[in-house]
Design a protein around this ligand. Sequence first.
Ligand SMILES: NC(=O)c1ccc[n+]([C@@H]2O[C@H](COP(=O)([O-])OP(=O)(O)OC[C@H]3O[C@@H](n4cnc5c(N)ncnc54)[C@H](O)[C@@H]3O)[C@@H](O)[C@H]2O)c1
Length: 380
Amino acid sequence: MRKIKTAVFGAGFMGKVHSEAIRRLGFVEIAGVAAVSEEEARNFGNAIGVERTTANYKELLADPSIEAVHVCTPNNLHAPMSKDALLAGKAVLCEKPLTLNVKEAEELVAIAAEKNLPNCVNHNLRYYPSVQQIRDMIAHGDLGEILIVNGSYFQDWLLYDTDYNWRVERKDNGDLRAMGDIGSHWMDMIQHLTGLKITALCADLQTFHKTRKKPKGAVETFTGKKLSPNDYTEIPIDTDDFGSVLIRLGDRARGNFAVSQMSAGCKNRFQFEIFGTKCGVAWNQERPDELWIGQRNASNGIIVKDGSLFYPHAAGFADLPGGHSEGYDDAHKQVYKRFYKKVADPSAAIDYPTFADGLWGMRLLEKVKESSEKGAWVTT
Ligand SMILES: NC(=O)c1ccc[n+]([C@@H]2O[C@H](COP(=O)([O-])OP(=O)(O)OC[C@H]3O[C@@H](n4cnc5c(N)ncnc54)[C@H](O)[C@@H]3O)[C@@H](O)[C@H]2O)c1
């Protein structure tokens, strides 16, 4: 594979995760990093061994040797940064949710198409090997017709009103927080696995903390709980801490899911169950190597991740032998591997989530908001 130069925008939680996973590919070099301040960019560059650092991401876009960028910044910057990057001729891998709204996402899809550039929205959670095995089982008809889905994505890192992150504020995050942050993953996942679109939904959102205490300094994702509750400003909150959604999938399947950032003890408990006419499956991100199979007339079972026992396509997502777990970082790597294959070779297949998937995700989020506001079912 030829060498490719890329740039990472954002030096927080995702900036670090992306940088590590990029380097695991071997043929992609991080040529520059951008952060909100020169100091943060420099510290990040020093920590990961990248010399070129900047608080002005456009400097990196002006470099013709950089072919791709990773947008790992707060949600309100996804659209402007991705747009600038596409217009500068770069392939773009952007974090989810793709944008703040449908309009921005439509524009990105249109520009990417016009420029004919690889574009990817980072629904990395699709790419755990056991999850891909579920996808293949469904595609091969092992579950029969899909009837029922259910699940949740629960976290606890925003349980207290002293827990703060840019996500709690609409200006940086967009209108929906728990739904946008983790509900976007759940909805993407269930549609990716079943091959069915969410056709209608009925949502109920709740903001438990109507105010939160905002620390006067900067706070990185998941680190707020380490702060002492001294130096705070009380701010009003109107983004969702919790949401619950009834869904219709395709013509006949039914289901529901809930998301929460205030469920004590749940760290990243992303789980789903899918029941078909033949059997059921379940998976939980906190135990990613285990795939539960439920049978009506035989013993239930757990398949522990082992590529040699998987369908060949799913086995392609297991880079390690059975017994060596493959987790969150590995799922990122699997997305980037496929994205950069396309960057390196435009004739390669698109085997990763695209901006079009991100646009559909934004449409569903707008429908969730509409439904919750109306207190009624809405069609998508
Ligand atoms: N796919 C996943 O599993 C996953 C997980 C966590 C977060 N995310 C997404 O990743 C994105 C970033 O989240 P995070 O948790 O890493 O946030 P974070 O707060 O940890 O980091 C945000 C970074 O953005 C940088 N930034 C802000 N303004 C900038 C600017 N103008 N120019 C350059 N950099 C700027 C900041 O310097 C900071 O380093 C969000 O959209 C979030 O939804 C995805």
